[in-house]
Each structure stands twice: as C-alpha cells, then as structure tokens.
Write a protein that binds this ligand. Structure first.
Ligand SMILES: [Zn+2]
Length: 583
C-alpha cells in the first residue's frame, strides 16, 4: 500500500524543486485549496519518509558511513531550501481570499499562520547557529566519562551503578559523575550564555516581546497561556510536593536510609529513585523475542486493532534489542508513505524497557489510527501535549494485562512492584517538571539583560528547594545549583517540558476512566487518536474522556487515585494479600 507517492529523489534538490515550483505557480482559488494541499502533502510525505528512513539507518548503525553521508546531505542541502520553500507555500495558502476552512484544514491553517508569522529570513542563520551550539552541548555531555575500578564508563553506564544496593558505591559513583560535570561548569555556562543572546535576538527579530512569546507560537500553544502554567505549578506545589516528600521518606525507611540523597536517584532523571528495596530487580524478560511476543499479547488484549498494528510492525518495523553501534535511547517514528510506525529502542531485560515499549506502542498506534482517518501529512498524530497522552495513556491502559495469568510479564508479587514503580514515576516527575518550566519562564521573561550564570544557579536552587524538598542535597549546594546543566532540554529544546506534565494529567484521567470501564476508556482513547491533529487540545482531551486541566482540584483528585492504588499495591507486596475492606 503506497499512499502519497510521488516520483522524486529526496536527496536531490533539482528533482524536488520542479514540484515546489508547480505548487507555487498554481492559480490558487478557494475551490482548489484542498487538492493543492493534498499535492503538497504528498510531496512532503515522500521527503518525510526519506528523512525517517535516514534517521532509522543512522540509529540502527552509528558506524554506517553511507547513512551518515545521506543524513548530512539531507540536513545541509535539502532542509534549509525546504524551509524557505515551505514558508513561500504557507504564504501562498494564507493569501487565498474567501477560503472557508474545513474540519480538516482549520487548525492546520492556524498552525501555518503562526509559523509564517514568526518566520524571518534573519533568523534562519541564527537558528542554525543554535543547532550547532546544541550539538556542542551534546558533544560535551557525550564526552563525559568516569574511571571506575580500572574501567572508563560513560555517564549512562555509570548511572546503572546508581542502582547498586551499597549506598557507598552509589555515593562514590555519583561523586565521580558530578565531578565530571563540574569540570565542565565554565564551558557549559559560556555555551548557555551564547544561546541566550541568540534566543533573545530571535524574539526581537520576530517582533515579539520576549523569547517565551516566540516559543509559544513556535510550539503552537493556542489553548493555554503562561498564566495557566503558573496555576498548574501552584497546584503541584500544593497537591503533589507534600505527597512526594512523604513517598521519598517511606522509601528511605524501607531502604534503611535517613533520607533519599541525590546519589539514590538518576542523573538524567534526578527525581526518580534508582534503588529498589527488594533484593533482586524486576526481570520481566530475558530475550527480546520474549519482550516482543509478550507485548504483542498485551496490546491485543487492550484492543485487537492495536494488536493488528503491532503484528504488522513485527514484520520489519521494530528494532528493540540492544547491540553494539546502536544509538542510545528509544523512539517511535511514522513512515507516511508506507503507512507504518516504527519503534527503536535498546532493550536489555529491565522493567524500564517494558515501559518504553508500551509507551512507544502508544505513539505508534496514534500514528496508525490517525493515518487511517486523515489524508494530510500534517494531521497525522497530533499536538505534542496529546501525543504524550497517547503514549503515557497506553502505559496505564495496558496495566491490567501485565500479569502472567493474562499472558503478561509478572507474577502477582512482581506485578504490584511494577505498578508501584509506574506510579512513583508519575508522581515524582511532576514537581521536577515544575522546576524545569518555572526556571525557563523566569529566564526568558524576568531575568535581566545582564543575568549571569550565578543568577541561574541561584534560581535553580530556589525552585529545587521549593519543589523537591524530599531529596536531601545536604552540603552539596554547587551540585544542586548546577542541576540545569544536566537537562538537555534547556540547551536543545527550550520551553519544551510542560507538555509531559499536562499529558500526564490526561493519561491519569484516561486511567481513572479505565478503572471504572476499561472497554469504554479504550474506545474513547481510540476516537481521540484517530482525530489526529484536526482538533484543538481541549477537544482531543475531551474525546479521550479527559479534561485539559491546570487546577489544584483536578491534580488533587488524581493524586488521591494514585495514593489509593499505591496503598493497595504496597499492601500486596508486603503481605501477598488483598487488603481487607475497612468499614
Ligand atoms: Zn513519548
């Protein structure tokens, strides 16, 4: 099945250009908009598919020189020309008088208008400078290592040791990792200041009061304001922070510690404890075939349609196993010509790998469901805030099928350990998300022109103390203050973070519905996935049976739900029985 097919060589601008010129030359009348958009979408799909394939090739084998050459060619020769051409196409479309947008095009035109509005020729070179500075950040961080017992370890390898049962091992490893970061302190400070200057200039060039206003448009945030974000953070401070402090305290007690220290949590996920109070970590699978087959069984039970999508992906659209020369991490990408989603990850037998596959599965089904209903490339999947409802929602919707008696991964005891892990991940994350978001609101709107790295450190510490009091940094104040160095989003994708928090509230509401009526919750979720990007954010949440919310009432209600489930599962893990109902 090849939809959107156009005969074009995606790595040869001379072959692409005539198609762009034909679109630009057309006399565009309201009656012809749809057909014209479809032709543009078909062309863009071929290029998108090529990009997805190139990205897949370099992820699957980082040593593939030919793939690397294709990647560089696409980024340096094709993309910049394409950006310019797309700006011209958007302007042409927006200039059509008397066009009455349809359900399919209304939001798309709004997005194009926002993008066209902030586009400015002067910003093109600054944006590419920023991309190169972003790459410098990756090089600095990617180059960090520690020496441990005669071996050189990368930071992700060192992070594995933060799960060691011996607190002294964890503390020594953490010390080495933090020393490696602190050695780069000046360099990272200078690099960020270079970025800040450019970001301020970009906003000014686009005629906007500050960089936050610029990002708001760039990220197509039409349905909420900075004030809504502040309301959300207040709600988290009130309803989540005391809860996390209590949970960190309980966990410390079970581990026999006086408190949770920074070396008991992750480097990249500094909110998430890395140690497990049980003697053995969860071992959901040994071989990746087992992971794949068990996940297939779980998806099939959530909904046979999802089972069908996953079965099709098993035929050449999954690369799950960890092996040498594979890029790190995990992601899902859609191929808009072949119509297939693709999942990449590095599975090695942990529960976190299971979560990653379920999460990426949600993204994959979002692409597949919307692809089936939508015909324009830009309407596949959806706004990022909702994409993460699809993925985080799938993690929670699949929970009833994690147990062995449903063909899943875990016996009764481990099932409840996995549920606790899942819910801890959600609750602990929210206050950290507030630190990340509030830090950037301050940085791009309130911080004075003359702001210094020391000011940034102070602000980060102040926010950390307010939102993360459950992790005890003690005397390690420099380590705490430089926490912003250790989160790549601040350097690479400014302001992109609150999406995860808003989506988590959406996913929890989907889960709340599922606890009452799993079948209906899944049906609603599917309707929302199929709508793709043709509905506003509040509307997508509504279709999924949820509400786009920022208020303390909603946050508090969802935390109560999490607390109840945590109590149930904790009781199970400790006693192996269901708690008795109390009157
Ligand atoms: Zn995701």
């Amino acid at each position: 099945m090849l939809r959107n097919h156009i005969d074009v060589d995606p790595l040869d601008w001379a072959s692409i250009e005539p198609h762009i010129n034909a679109l630009l030359a057309e006399q565009l009348t309201p009656a012809r908009v749809h057909e014209w958009l479809q032709r543009w979408s078909d062309l863009a799909s071929v290029l998108d598919e090529a990009e997805a394939q190139i990205y897949r090739d370099i992820s699957e084998n980082t040593q593939d020189k030919a793939a690397d050459a294709r990647f560089r060619k696409f980024v340096t020769e094709i993309q910049p020309r394409l950006q310019k051409a797309e700006q011209a196409l958007k302007q042409k479309l927006l200039a059509v008088r008397d066009y009455r947008p349809t359900d399919e095009t209304a939001l798309l035109i709004k997005r194009f208008a926002a993008e066209a509005e902030i586009y400015c020729d002067d910003n093109v070179p600054i944006l590419s400078e920023l991309r190169l500075l972003g790459k410098q950040y990756q090089e600095i961080i990617g180059g960090l290592s520690i020496e441990w017992q005669g071996q050189t370890l990368t930071i992700p390898q060192a992070e594995v040791l933060l799960a060691d049962r011996d607190p002294q091992v964890r503390q020594r490893v953490w010390r080495l990792v933090l020393d490696a970061y602190l050695e780069q302190r000046e360099k990272l400070n200078n690099l960020f200041m270079e970025m800040l200057v450019r970001r301020r200039r970009i906003a000014a060039n686009a005629g906007l009061p500050d960089f936050r206003a610029y990002r708001w448009k760039a990220l197509a945030r039409f349905d909420y304001t900075p004030e809504d974000c502040l309301t959300f953070h207040e709600a988290i401070a009130r309803e989540v922070v005391p809860f996390t402090t209590e949970l960190y305290g309980q966990l410390a007690g079970r581990l026999g510690l006086d408190a949770i220290h920074p070396w008991d949590a992750g480097i990249n996920s500094p909110w998430l404890p890395t140690v497990d109070p049980e003697p053995e970590p969860l071992r959901p699978f040994r071989e990746v075939e087992e992971l794949e087959a068990t996940a297939a069984h779980i998806f099939e039970q959530v909904d046979p349609v999802f089972g069908g999508y996953f079965a099709a992906m098993r035929d050449g659209f999954l690369d799950l196993a960890s092996r040498p020369n594979k890029a790190p991490g995990g992601y899902c990408n859609g191929f808009p010509v072949s119509g297939q989603p693709y999942i990449f990850m590095n599975a090695a037998g942990s529960h976190r790998n299971v979560r990653t596959l379920l999460h990426e599965g949600g993204h994959a089904f979002h692409f597949a469901e919307s692809y089936r209903r939508q015909s324009l490339l830009w309407n596949y999947s959806g706004p990022m805030e909702f994409c993460e409802v699809a993925s985080m929602g799938m993690e929670l919707l699949s929970m009833p099928y994690w147990s062995k008696d449903k063909g899943g991964f875990y016996d009764e005891h481990d099932l409840h350990r996995a549920i606790i892990d899942q819910l801890h991940g959600i609750v602990f994350f929210l206050p950290y998300m507030s630190v990340m978001d509030l830090f950037q609101h301050w940085l791009y709107t309130e911080a004075p022109e003359s702001v210094t790295p020391a000011d940034l450190d102070r602000k980060w510490s102040e926010l950390w103390d307010r939102f993360m009091p459950g992790i005890d940094y003690g005397e390690y104040q420099d380590e705490k203050a430089t926490g912003w160095h250790r989160k790549g989003h601040i350097f690479g994708v400014p302001f992109y973070y609150i999406e995860y928090g808003l989506a988590q509230l959406g996913a929890l509401q989907v889960w709340r519905n599922a606890l009452k009526d799993q079948r209906k919750a899944v049906a609603d979720y599917r309707v929302a996935l199929a709508a793709g990007y043709t509905r506003s954010l509040p509307e997508l949440f509504r279709l999924a049976g949820a509400r786009l919310a920022f208020d303390a009432g909603t946050v508090g209600e969802l935390m109560t739900l999490v607390r109840q489930q945590l109590q149930l599962s904790t009781h199970h893990v400790r006693t192996g029985t269901e708690p008795r109902p109390t009157s």
